[in-house]
Design a protein around this ligand. Structure first.
Ligand SMILES: CC(C)(COP(=O)(O)OP(=O)(O)OC[C@H]1O[C@@H](n2cnc3c(N)ncnc32)[C@H](O)[C@@H]1OP(=O)(O)O)[C@@H](O)C(=O)NCCC(=O)NCCS
Length: 167
């Protein structure tokens, strides 16, 4: 089996900004949560593609909290990095901030976690490079990602057991 070379978190980090346009908003002028998620999904894809391969897909989105509304005309920034890798999957964490261009005030509006899976030429899950964590924050995020993964597995096993018992 070929051993994949590790990659640093900094090699796949992404930061992008988008101006919130009127067509992104509901009639009350607040940006749709789905718009933010769609932009975040593309950011997660770019980050995972840099770490592993452009052939990767989103398998789950965890813990999406919309803490504050985002308004038309604000600049939304997405900061993403690979937090954790399993065998074929990667967790990409995204911090989302909205900036009011008139006041310059920047608010942390969302954080979310996307699990992406790398695929081979036949569309089957394929191993991803190990993640080389360097800073204290990167090491903490890796441990937190592993905890989220373990919780997700536990939950899906409990659900499967319930279904098998016909409950
Ligand atoms: C991604 C996909 C190929 C995985 O298939 P699968 O049969 O579940 O494959 P596996 O069981 O080998 O799981 C692959 C990895 O995904 C992880 N995984 C699977 N389901 C998961 C879930 N719901 N949440 C978190 N991780 C999950 C597994 O733990 C495994 O990770 P690991 O190798 O790091 O341990 C398949 O689910 C798929 O094609 N989904 C659709 C993806 C898609 O179309 N997304 C939207 C468009 S991009």
């Amino acid at each position: 089996m070929i051993e994949l070379k590790g990659k640093k978190v900094s090699e796949s980090r992404i930061e992008t900004a988008h101006l919130m346009m009127p067509n992104y908003a509901n009639p009350a002028g607040k940006i749709y949560g789905g718009t933010i998620l769609s932009l975040a999904d593309a950011v997660a894809y770019m980050c995972a593609a840099r770490h592993a391969t452009p052939r990767c897909v989103t398998v789950s989105v965890d813990q999406v909290d919309f803490r504050e509304p985002i308004e038309i005309g604000e600049v939304v920034t997405f900061q993403a990095c690979v937090n954790y890798v399993g065998r074929t999957s990667m967790e990409v964490g995204i911090r989302i901030e909205a900036e009011n261009l008139e006041t310059g005030v920047r608010r942390h509006t969302n954080s979310c976690y996307f699990t992406m899976v790398a695929l081979d030429e036949r569309g089957k899950p394929t191993p991803v490079p190990p993640l080389l964590t360097e800073t204290k924050d990167e090491k903490r995020r890796f441990k937190e990602g592993r905890i989220r993964r373990e919780h997700a597995k536990e939950l899906s096993e409990k659900r499967r057991a319930l279904r098998e018992r016909g409950e």
